[in-house]
Design a protein around this ligand. Structure first.
Ligand code: ARG
Length: 298
């Protein structure tokens, strides 16, 4: 499958893409070692450059509440144990992207993390995926960085991927992701360092609805998004900084989202979604919220 950059080719590629089954289970990574030890994105320090301080007890409570929220909407949750010395391990969207391969077997492409501090996470996830029977794929030698589902976001209900490139994933990754997954990739260029992963500025809710932060993309990427979603909802600065686009809609019905974006939540409720507002404030101190604290299992 190709990388499709031409906006006018996106609607037909989506129409032709085979269906993708709904999400029934997620993986979450135990937050035992969660810390802020260095600044690898702009959210991790305050205005004076001081590292944010994590309250570990609060982080665990928030993580448990997220786990319960998934269980409450009948999404199974599996947990991978943390390992010492890995402060960002809990952001388990990032170490791989999962998919069903051509033989409908569960599969994963392993990430190549940009920051040395996160590189040791990947072999632990590799072991977990292999143990669960996933076919594990690597990008060709030298293709890096690539940060998994932080930048590779599946369209809902379709075998097609939105691929963020810039701060954490190289453009060169996408042709290989398309070849390995058999899914077309629609590339999107990220131009604002605050929105360093695609999942901080794009949230696919259903087959035709997504939230996005328009200013996080270049013009060509905005055009692609408009061709991909009949309802593309622009999220304002305040909600974007509240990680509203790092929400997760696993089932086309329920949206798990950081609390506090009240007008957006109201609009989602009016549009028929069930909204579960959660407090992920400890994880926001590291630049993440709901979406990056889980990986969809296939
Ligand atoms: N501190 C982590 C990092 O910078 C946060 C990752 C959040 N993940 C995400 N997909 N947005 O890598």
């Amino acid at each position: 499958m190709p990388v499709i950059s031409e906006p006018s080719a996106i609607a037909s590629a989506l129409r032709d893409a085979p269906p993708r089954p709904p999400c029934g289970a997620v993986l979450m990574a135990d937050p035992a070692g969660f810390r802020v030890e260095s600044v690898i994105n702009p959210w991790m320090a305050d205005a004076t450059g001081m590292l944010n301080v994590i309250d570990s007890m609060r982080a665990r409570e928030q993580w448990n509440a997220l786990r319960q929220a998934y269980l409450s909407i009948d999404i199974d949750v599996q947990v991978i144990d943390s390992a010492p010395g890995m402060p960002d391990f809990c952001f388990c969207a990032n170490q791989a992207v999962t998919f069903l391969d051509a033989g409908n077997r569960p599969a994963a492409i392993l990430s190549r993390m940009r920051s040395p501090s996160r590189q040791p996470e990947v072999p632990l996830f590799e072991r977990w995926y292999r143990h669960k029977g996933y076919q594990v794929h690597q990008l060709p030698h030298g293709v890096a960085p690539f940060e998994g589902t932080g930048d590779a976001i599946w369209h809902h209900g379709k075998r097609a991927i939105w691929g963020g490139a810039g701060p954490r994933t190289a453009d060169t990754a996408w042709e290989h992701v398309a070849a390995i997954t058999g899914a077309p990739v629609f590339p999107l260029r990220l131009v604002d360092p605050r929105y360093y992963h695609l999942d901080t500025c794009l949230c696919v809710l259903t087959q035709d609805t997504a939230l996005c932060v328009p200013a996080a993309f270049d013009e060509a990427s905005r055009q692609r998004l408009h061709k991909g979603f009949a309802n593309l909802v622009a999220v304002d600065d305040e909600d974007a900084a509240n990680f509203a686009c790092n929400a997760h809609c696993p089932d086309d019905e329920n949206v798990l989202i950081q609390k506090g974006s009240s007008d957006l939540v109201e609009a989602l409720v009016r549009a028929g979604f069930g909204v579960i507002e959660l407090d992920t404030s400890e994880f926001m101190k590291s630049g993440g919220s709901v979406f990056c604290l889980k990986q969809e299992l296939v």
